[in-house]
Design a protein around this ligand. Structure first.
Ligand code: NAD
Length: 503
């Protein structure tokens, strides 16, 4: 890295030098004292050590969470009381959004403006579930004169939450908020590439009045700390977001315990642009869809399928606009595309850029951006004429790399859209009402946006089909995942028993 680049890099004030676990209301080191290196992605310098949790640390965290669940006030509080704590958490997160964004951007390489949006979304997740639990109603079924049956909804116990590095704080909030709102206690295992923002939760929760032991955090590698959490017999629920391959491993490891699993996994989502679409809007949205969040977005529209009549124009305009996407230092408010999270991930994305050069026609990017030949910067990269059997068409790259493919008919568009193992999101651009709904309903994706970017309503189901996930969270579905719905049956009239063994 050049001296000029080092000078221009922003290092937040008051960075910690080490990050510990947070167990039973205390910051603690690993039982064996082990740590791992944490890098920042502009220079790839190691800037702190984080405690590397092992089975013994997970055992302590789960024991604390168990105690808080069995004996503590949290699961027994009125929904309104828990809701107040959750609203206070949202208030605190909002009041610290600038600092949160600064740390997140430094640790993950996300552009600061986008990190700020994610911090605010994290607050909104807490507010949303704070409101939802006080509005929660459960079913009662009457059999006139004979029986009344009702649902007794209860928290399940210790929820294990395992999260990825792409929008760390926001994705943690997405699991923490519903798990806590419903009265569970939790052990969070954040991604090892980006532990910085997660270390702030403990202080925020203490300040908001969350009782001791309800929230526990164990840092560490997935194969160690994550694995121990998944295999722990006292953790009945695992909510996981990450790669499909990791999801398969977790699924297998959770099987002997028959745990409740929620899996939000990878994607290779199509954006289908028909010739009758509003091309200006479609280009803006599909640029944002794959280059925002550094392309490290599970719902990225990373395969753009374009109808032949507008294909050449689309490719030309798209490539020109992609070249103008502003690559820059993550802390610079003008930056649209920052640095990828980690050199390992950078190497993976760059290997796909090289593969793409023999699979498609490179029309933008294709390497490091001008002036950013250090750290983990990748130029916005666009390949056109990509065939359906290409690896860059089939495999999740999770970086600022997009494949564009032409099609002729609606049937061909659908066949191409559905021809991957993934099924997370789909984006459809057309002004034909019938086509819009027919394609939306036939596309194999958990979520579809019509003439729209990825704008999410927190009440709607979130999740993927095929290799993109198992189960849905979002709104009441998250409440369902984190609670047991016990059916209680009561006889009102005479007891009608078939009598066995009468004399
Ligand atoms: P990853 O699967 O490598 O890691 C995710 C988490 O799992 C990390 O905390 C990691 O430490 C842990 N882990 C790894 N191996 C484990 C094991 N054997 N047992 C238990 N835990 C383990 O994923 P990543 O690289 O951090 O994140 C990127 C992936 O996440 C992409 O595939 C992306 O599409 C996906 N993602 C999906 C969504 C969604 O909602 N569908 C959202 C964001 C990211």
């Amino acid at each position: 890295m050049t001296d000029i680049a080092l000078d221009r890099r922003h290092v937040p004030a008051d960075l910690p030098e080490r990050i510990q676990h947070y167990i039973d209301g205390e910051f603690v080191d690993s039982v064996d004292g082990g740590t791992f290196d944490v890098l920042e992605p502009v220079s790839n310098d190691v800037y702190l050590q984080a405690a590397a949790g092992q089975r013994a640390d997970v055992d302590r965290a789960v024991a604390a969470a168990r105690r808080a669940f069995a004996d503590g006030p949290w699961p027994r509080m009125l929904p309104r009381e828990r809701s107040r704590v959750l609203h206070r958490i949202a208030d605190i997160v909002e009041s610290r959004d600038a600092r949160l964004a600064e740390l997140e951007s430094f640790d993950s390489g996300l552009p600061i403006t986008q990190a700020l949006g994610q911090a605010r979304r994290a607050a909104e997740n807490f507010r949303f579930f704070a409101d939802l639990v006080v509005a929660q109603a459960d079913d009662t079924f009457k059999v006139p004169g004979r029986q009344i049956n009702y649902v007794n909804r209860k928290p399940i116990g210790v929820a294990g939450l395992i999260t990825p590095w792409n929008t760390p704080f926001m994705l943690e909030s997405w699991k923490l908020a519903p798990a806590l709102a419903t009265g569970n206690t939790v052990v969070l295992k954040p991604a090892e590439f980006t532990p910085l923002s997660a270390s702030l939760w403990a202080g925020i929760f203490e300040e908001a009045g969350l009782p001791r032991g309800v929230f526990n955090l164990v840092n560490g590698l997935g194969e160690e700390a994550g694995d121990a959490l998944v295999k722990h017999p006292d953790v009945p629920l695992i909510s996981f977001t990450g790669e499909s391959r990791t999801g398969q491993i977790i699924f297998a490891n959770a099987a002997p315990h028959l745990k409740g699993l929620s899996m939000e996994l990878g994607g290779k989502s199509p954006a289908i642009v028909f010739a009758d679409a509003d091309l200006d809007a479609a280009i803006d949205a599909t640029i944002f869809g794959v280059f925002s969040l550094n392309g490290e977005r599970c719902t990225a529209g990373s395969r753009i399928l374009v109808q032949r009549a507008v294909y050449d124009e689309f490719v030309e305009r798209y490539a020109a606009q992609a070249k103008r996407v502003k690559v820059g230092y993550p802390h610079d408010p003008a930056t649209e595309l920052g640095a990828l999270v980690h050199p390992e991930h950078y190497a993976k994305v760059m290997s796909y850029v090289e593969i793409g050069k023999s699979e498609g026609r490179l029309v933008a990017g294709g390497g490091q951006p001008d002036g950013f030949t250090f750290g983990n910067f990748v130029a916005p990269t666009v390949f056109a004429d990509v065939p359906r059997d290409a690896r860059i068409f089939q495999e999740e790259i999770f970086g600022p790399v997009v494949a564009i493919t032409p099609f002729d008919t609606d049937e061909e568009a659908l066949a191409l859209a559905n021809d991957t193992k993934y099924g997370l999101a789909a984006y459809i651009w057309t002004n034909d009402l019938k086509r819009a709904h027919n394609v939306a309903q036939a596309v194999e994706a958990g979520m579809v946006w019509l003439n729209s970017n990825n704008v999410r309503d927190l009440r709607t189901p979130f999740g993927g089909v095929k290799a993109s996930g198992l189960g849905h969270e979002g709104g009441y579905r998250s409440i369902d995942f984190y609670t047991d719905q016990q059916a209680v049956h009561i006889t009102l009239g005479e007891v009608h028993n078939p009598t066995f063994g009468r004399n």
